[in-house]
Design a protein. Structure first.
Length: 58
């Protein structure tokens, strides 16, 4: 067993592959009602859900 210098949740955070923040796709959907070109049906559903806010309304 080894002791780590930082908490596990900090070590699991990776840099975004496209360089944009995690909410970039959601923001683009809210502004322009467009999904990323590579978005799957599940991705689109998640973007729609996250764009409506925590209670289903903006």
């Amino acid at each position: 067993m080894r002791l780590k210098e930082s908490p596990a949740h900090v070590m699991s955070v990776e840099e975004e592959p496209d360089g944009n923040p995690w909410y970039h796709d959601i923001l683009q959907y809210v502004k322009y009602q467009k999904y990323p070109e590579s978005a799957t049906e599940n991705d689109k559903r998640v973007i729609r859900r996250m764009s409506t806010g925590p209670n289903g309304s903006i």
